[in-house]
Design a binder for this molecule. Sequence first.
Ligand code: HEC
Length: 140
Amino acid sequence: MPVFLPVIFPNLPSMIKTFVNISLLCVAIMSFTGCYYDVEDELYPDNNASCDTTAVNFAVVKPIFDAKCVGCHGGASPSAGIKLDTYTDAKVYLDASASRLVSSVKHDGNASNMPQGQPKLDACDISKISAWVSAGYPEN
Ligand code: HEC
């Protein structure tokens, strides 16, 4: 920084040069950290303002299960005997172990982390599943 400034502003008094140097350094740092810390999901993992968790029914969680779970928890030989492909199938497991399903997607240590071998679901999907189970996993 001090090396190239005299090239841009050859006649500036040295105090001003120092001030300009520090300002440029601040702007550089702020532009890096600004981009990183503005990731909303990381700042507010459980309080995502754009995540609608009101009136969550099976139609809302089914696309999440279909995309992330049914590959293993569906069909003729589902993993751990847990089927999530239809409402009736999901209800069988939830009636017995609803809290384990929520724990598994939250990775809170009270059940195996799901989806197995894959990254955690995004915060909004976890909030939706959690809200659905808390509401008594309504079908409609
Ligand atoms: C790659 C295959 C795979 C995927 C994808 C997967 N699971 Fe599983 N799941 C398993 C296997 C295998 C087990 C049994 C072994 C274990 O508990 O780790 C299991 C167990 C579970 C259990 C019981 C955990 C316990 O500790 O009692 C729950 C609940 C569960 N899965 C829910 C889900 C949900 C919800 C999703 C989607 C978000 C999902 N799984 C995605 C393979 C998978």
